[in-house]
Design a protein around this ligand. Sequence first.
Ligand code: PEP
Ligand code: MN
Length: 449
Amino acid sequence: MTTNNPWTPLSWKSKPIVQDVTYKDQAKVDRVIGKLHTLPPLVSSKEIDNLREQLRQVALGESFLLQGGDCAELFDYCSQVLLQMSLVLVWGGRIPVTRIARMAGQYAKPRSKPTEMHNGKEILTFRGDNVNGYDPEDREADPERLLGAYFHSAATLNYVRTLVDSGFADLHQPSTWNLNHVQSQTVRQEYQSIVDQLTDALDFMKTVGADSSPTTVENALQKVDFFVSHEALLLDFEASLTRLLPSSNNDSNAPQKYYNAGAHFLWIGDRTRQPDGAHVEYMRGIENPIGIKVGPSTQPDELVALLNTVNPTKDVGKVTLITRFGAGKVDHYLPQHIKAVRQSGHVPVWVCDPMHGNTKNAAAGLKTRHFVDIIQELSEAFRVHKECDSKLNGVHFELTGDSVTECVGGSMDLKDEDLGLNYQTHCDPRLNYEQALDVAFLIAKYYQK
Ligand code: PEP
Ligand code: MN
């Protein structure tokens, strides 16, 4: 390995790049990337450092990580469903929750094949809105889309910040978080009962004067931290948003550090985590907390080598390991990963992504995931961590606040034949609003055991 070579925001260019995008007009790419370099950061180093500290607490078992979302459509609903899930977790699990949305930048998609057949013709696959169009006529990669991604991320972030600032996340008002999409009486009642108990608790605090002044408690009730994340796939784009910024923990004389100012948290996907590859090289140099997807093909020694490369100082919680093995496979893979990581002295955040190992084809040719498989992998992860004297520190979902019909099962009991009713995803099937709340209740119950 050549990881001792000096890192720069562009040192990845000398490494093999998988999932790369081929553009026809390199001059246009250079112009767009040049422009991106001049645009302002989307997030601050202070926020990134704050998340890094929160994830340290998560790794130590003091807090729980909830990561979820999709791309930016209906982003207001998406942030709301994450808040509702976290309310259920905070209340049921009696543990603070750190929320990271997959949004404001989650546009690029890794694909298993570069081309696909369409009406008897071979065309390029859809690589995400920041590369090409979903329309089969619009599959050529267009660098202008990278600028579109930047501005779309900025608009999304701006909206989320506005919502949070205007009290959208105020825990005094959770009954206004709507449950329109929830059909199941049981789920509605369970949620309502949490809201009622919370309202009682807040009333009590008011009575005893605990929330009469603008204390930290009061601030915490009215506002939440809301972090954004995406897969770091398009490295030219990521490098253009990599900036030297002052670290909030340093005094003013300390040297500035490189942050990816396009998101608080970035992760390396299952297809791009080659230890000697470009993506790992890029990720090892940034201050942001980062994630690594861990699948059945991850060898335990390779995982340790990756951790040593991206986190040589073994900072607690700097790296989040997101396991995604598939239901029924956790007992086989996870214990060896836990053992190897423990022996290495690294203390990561352990997260279960019960979505990506459980994708299936439904009868109509649609991609789906079964709610039972998702729950099975999740409970296996909780149990195996416990058996190995470890702890599952968080979860990672693909979900939306809309009432889509993409995953089967859940309390609304969606069937294979219902998938066509409101199947919207252009990529992977997501939990809908009700299924997301179902999952939150299940996790909260698991956490109490
Ligand atoms: C994803 O998170 O959307 C994804 C592609 O996951 P993975 O890299 O785990 O396959
Ligand atoms: Mn996906």
